[in-house]
Design a binder for this molecule. Structure first.
Ligand SMILES: O=C(O)[C@H](O)[C@@H](O)[C@H](O)[C@H](O)COP(=O)(O)O
Ligand code: SF4
Length: 606
């Protein structure tokens, strides 16, 4: 099937825009391969230090003919998703030896659970924890005694951060190794309903805690389709997994064999043979477009409108929100997974999962099918479903129809002819809105603004009954440079209560929302941000604001002369405590959300 013309056009736009940067990137990884991929060249003392900690593999390492795999792990017990990684390195070392290779933990990277920090000070470190992860990945791989790498990370900023760092070592073959979602617990919609009752004072804290623990009840990724699970969908679309590895549950034979195959396949690719395919060649302009399409056709997390531009830039590729907007209008919405529906990610996997979606998109010419992938067979392999037969890991074709068309649909019968994202712009700048989780009758909201500079003030105003009306809640000074661009997801329950009461409600912010945020129309990532002069700083209580997701408009309906003459609001002082002061250097140099929201990339000229 020929590639859809709009997808070809957007890809060409990206290729053209990225030409010089991409050429420089490919030249870098060529030079790195020539200079950096020959362990025997290192000094004897350097090699002895590298091997001492893994003395049981020293003879094989000394021999230098087999791949030494660097494992970069984001294991910790804070993220239920990453707790699954506890024994992965030990197992992976055994699986490497099975095929004559070796593996070492090159380093650990920090990982924040946004669910634990949501609504609290720690959330102001969340976005920049991504740069910290990228830097830690570079420190890990800088030992230069590896011919391949396995990246163990699942959640929100961890996959983006690992890739941002690892792509600077793009001459190495690499694989992303996910751990899988926890089994389904209390359905997400029931959890959200208890939260709204609690916000209204109709449920006790004990009742809420019970509900939350019933939802988040064990090891594995949370089961809503938020940023973490969107990561897995995108990694499949970029060909950076063993095909179909995204959503096999932890502790299963299938999960084990997918990880074992990742280790074996990595050594098969090698670094000096004819199957050499380094991550820097896999992550090209078409793979970035495929990732965007996978995100848009599944109503994935809005955080990837910041993370994918950052990942792409790390490989010399520039994608912008207009690209996303154009792709979103060209690809259909094929899944409804919470918050875009009531099913969770286990239901998505059972109904066909990423493989079904990719098979559909490839078959309709809605994805690039000719990209280089970790799998030998190319992108078609990612349209199939893994299974265990006896002791063997095999792949099967998906059936023509999904297992549940209330969750996954074919291209011929989509939930919507267009994807889940829109860009909106006007006299306050450019913002993003995810429409896949918003009822169409709420895509246009025009109401008086109520302006805040922090999310707690919104909660207080809600509790005081001051928001019980049609209202556009504006929360500013939430951008990367102001306070690290926290997610404002705790505002979802109160705004949802107002919406349930029948009020016309919207949120406008230079901050972010969670991938788990949904039903309330929210224009987010507004750029330029308030700190430093963004026009959102001109808004006043009572101004009429119009948010029209269909027409792509976000406008303060204020007389232009008055708007031009207005002074900007004064920024609140930078907060300290919970380590936030340590991140001032990242805030002060951060680029805008659309450019990736990264001080590290900005200062590196990427
Ligand atoms: O972008 C995301 O997907 C969120 O950051 C998610 O990782 C975060 O943990 C939410 O806070 C979870 O949702 P609840 O807070 O509703 O549990
Ligand atoms: S999905 Fe979010 S809440 Fe769940 S483990 Fe990952 S970061 Fe934490």
């Amino acid at each position: 099937m020929a590639l859809h013309p709009e997808i070809a056009a957007v890809t060409d736009r990206i290729l053209e825009r990225s030409k010089a940067r991409r050429a420089a990137y490919l030249d870098l990884i060529r030079r790195e391969l020539e200079s950096g991929n020959d362990r025997p060249k290192l000094g004897c003392a350097n090699l002895a230090h590298a091997y001492a900690g893994t003395d049981e593999q020293r003879d094989r390492m000394k021999d230098g003919r087999a791949m030494n795999i660097g494992i970069v792990t984001a294991y910790n017990d804070m993220l239920s998703a990453h707790a699954t990684y506890y024994r992965y390195p030990e197992q992976m070392k055994v699986w490497a030896l099975e095929v004559g290779a070796t593996a070492q933990v090159a380093g650990g990277v920090p990982a924040m659970c946004d669910g634990v920090t949501q609504g609290y000070q720690g959330m102001e470190l969340s976005l920049f924890s991504r740069d910290t992860i990228a830097l830690s990945t570079a420190v890990s791989l800088s030992h230069r005694v590896f011919e391949g790498a396995a990246l163990l990370g699942i959640c929100d900023k961890i996959v983006p951060g690992l890739l941002m760092g690892a792509l600077r070592f793009g001459h190495l073959p690499m694989v992303l190794v996910p751990g899988g979602p926890m089994r389904s617990g209390l359905p997400n919609k029931e959890k959200a309903a208890v939260r709204e009752r609690y916000a209204e004072g109709k449920a006790s804290r004990e009742e809420l805690l019970e509900a939350e623990i019933a939802a988040y009840h064990g090891k594995g990724t949370c089961t809503f389709y938020g940023t973490a699970n969107s990561n897995q969908m995108m990694m499949e679309a970029m060909g950076l997994h063993v095909p179909g590895a995204a959503f096999a549950n932890p502790g299963t034979k299938l999960r084990q064999e997918l990880t074992r195959t990742a280790v074996h396949r990595l050594t098969e690719i090698g670094w000096n043979g004819d199957d050499y395919r380094p991550i820097g060649h896999i992550v090209d302009e078409r793979a970035v477009v495929n990732a965007a399409i996978a995100l848009l056709s599944t109503g994935g997390s809005t955080n990837h409108l910041i993370h994918l531009p950052a990942i792409a830039r790390s490989a010399g590729i520039i994608i912008d929100w207009e690209d996303f907007d154009r792709l979103s209008r060209a690809v259909p919405l094929l899944t409804r997974v919470y918050p875009n529906g009531s099913a969770d990610v286990n239901g998505f996997e059972d109904a066909g999962g990423p493989g079904f979606v990719i098979r559909e998109l490839l078959g309709a010419g809605l994805m690039h099918g000719d990209t280089l992938t970790f799998a030998k067979e190319g992108m078609a392999a990612y349209g199939r479903k893994p299974a265990i037969e006896g002791d063997a890991l095999v792949w099967h074709d998906h059936p023509e129809q999904s297992g549940d068309d209330s969750i996954v649909r074919t291209v011929a019968n989509p939930f919507s002819p267009e994807g889940g994202f829109r860009m909106v712009h006007g006299n306050m700048g450019r913002a993003c809105i995810k429409v896949s989780a918003v009822d169409p009758d709420r895509w246009v909201i025009e109401a008086p603004a109520r302006v805040f500079s922090d999310q707690q003030a919104v909660q207080d105003a809600f509790k005081a009954g001051e928001l019980d009306r049609d209202v556009v809640v504006v929360v500013r000074f939430q951008g990367p440079r102001a306070n690290g661009m926290p997610e404002l997801h705790k505002l979802t329950p109160p705004l949802g209560v107002l919406q349930n009461k029948g009020f016309r409600v919207a949120l406008v912010t230079d901050g972010r929302m969670s991938g788990a945020s949904g039903k309330v129309p929210a224009a987010i990532h507004l750029s330029p941000e308030a700190l430093g002069g963004g026009p959102i700083g001109k808004l006043r209580d009572g101004d009429i604001v119009r948010l029209d997701a269909e027409a792509g408009v976000l406008e303060a309906l204020v007389d232009p002369a008055e708007w031009a003459a207005r002074d900007l609001a004064v920024a609140p002082p930078a907060a300290i405590g919970t380590g936030r002061e340590l991140f001032a250097m990242l805030r002060n140099h951060a680029s805008e959300a659309e450019l990736g929201g990264s001080a590290m990339l900005a200062e590196a000229g990427l």
